[in-house]
Design a protein around this ligand. Structure first.
Ligand SMILES: [Ca+2]
Length: 227
C-alpha cells in the first residue's frame, strides 16, 4: 500500500499546515500494511472457526535438492468447517495457505471447495496439483469486500476427502478505521517535518549567502573590511 498523493492532500485539510503555493514533495512510501488478522489454523492459537478438527504434521527432513519443507505443520481439516472473522466493513485481501499433509496422497487424492462471503473462490481445489510435493505450501490470494458488518466468512467443503487449511491472513486493501487514522497521522507528521526542514534549509541558505558576501567584501578590500 502506498500512501497516495490524494491521501496526502486529503490530510492537509486535517493538518491545516499547507500554505498557499507551497510545493509538497513526493509522499512517503509506507509498505506493506500490517495484516489485521493472521490465523494459524490447527495451532493452539486457532480462532474464529466453527467445525473441523486439528492435525499436526510431522514433516521429514527434506533432501537439499528439493524445495524447503514449509514450517506450518498445523492444519484445520474436515468435511465442512467455517471461519467467521469479524473484520468490519472494507476491502480486504484474504490469503489462504495450504499444504498437503499426507505423504501417501497423490494428485486427485484430495479436492475441496472454498467459498468466501458466499462466492466460490476455489472449486475442487487440489493442493498437490500446485505444489507437486507433500509438505510444500502454496498461498492463494483473493480480493474480498465486506459490507453491512458481515465480516469475512470462509467456508471449506470437502469434495474428495476432507478440506484443509494451514494459515489464514487478512489485510485491509483500502484502510479504514484505525489503520486509516494512523496513515493520516503519518501523513501529517511527514508534512510537518518537511516544512520544518524546509524552513531550516532556507535559514541556512541565508547564512551561507551572508558568508559569501562577507568573503567577497573581504577579498575586494584586501582584508581591510571587518564585518
Ligand atoms: Ca497452521
Amino acid at each position: 500500500m502506498i500512501v497516495s498523493l490524494k491521501r496526502i492532500l486529503g490530510s492537509l485539510v486535517l493538518c491545516g499546515v499547507l500554505t498557499f503555493g507551497q510545493t509538497i514533495p513526493p509522499p512517503p512510501v509506507i509498505q506493506p500494511l500490517v495484516p489485521i488478522v493472521t490465523i494459524d489454523s490447527g495451532s493452539p492459537a486457532d480462532r474464529f472457526f466453527v467445525g473441523g478438527a486439528t492435525y499436526t504434521v510431522v514433516l521429514p527432513p527434506q533432501p537439499l535438492d528439493l524445495p524447503p519443507v514449509n514450517d506450518d505443520a498445523t492444519i484445520r481439516h474436515g468435511s465442512s468447517f467455517t471461519y467467521n472473522i469479524p473484520t468490519g466493513n472494507g476491502k480486504f485481501k484474504v490469503e489462504l495457505k495450504f499444504l498437503e499433509v499426507f505423504p501417501t496422497y497423490v494428485e486427485g487424492s484430495r479436492k475441496f471447495h472454498v467459498d468466501i462471503n458466499g462466492t466460490r473462490v476455489l472449486e475442487n481445489y487440489d493442493i498437490l496439483k500446485d505444489t507437486l510435493i507433500y509438505g510444500s505450501a502454496i498461498v492463494k490470494s483473493f480480493d474480498v469486500e465486506s459490507k453491512n458488518l458481515e465480516g469475512i466468512k470462509i467456508k471449506f467443503t470437502g469434495a474428495v476427502r476432507s478440506a484443509v487449511v494451514s494459515t489464514i491472513t487478512i489485510t485491509e486493501v483500502e484502510p479504514t478505521g484505525l489503520q486509516k487514522r494512523i496513515l493520516d497521522e503519518l501523513a501529517c507528521m511527514y508534512i510537518t517535518i518537511y516544512q520544518t526542514l524546509d524552513a531550516q534549509i532556507k535559514e541556512l541558505q541565508k547564512q551561507v549567502d551572508s558568508m559569501k558576501f562577507d568573503i567577497q567584501v573581504f577579498t575586494e578590500y584586501g582584508g581591510s573590511y571587518i564585518n
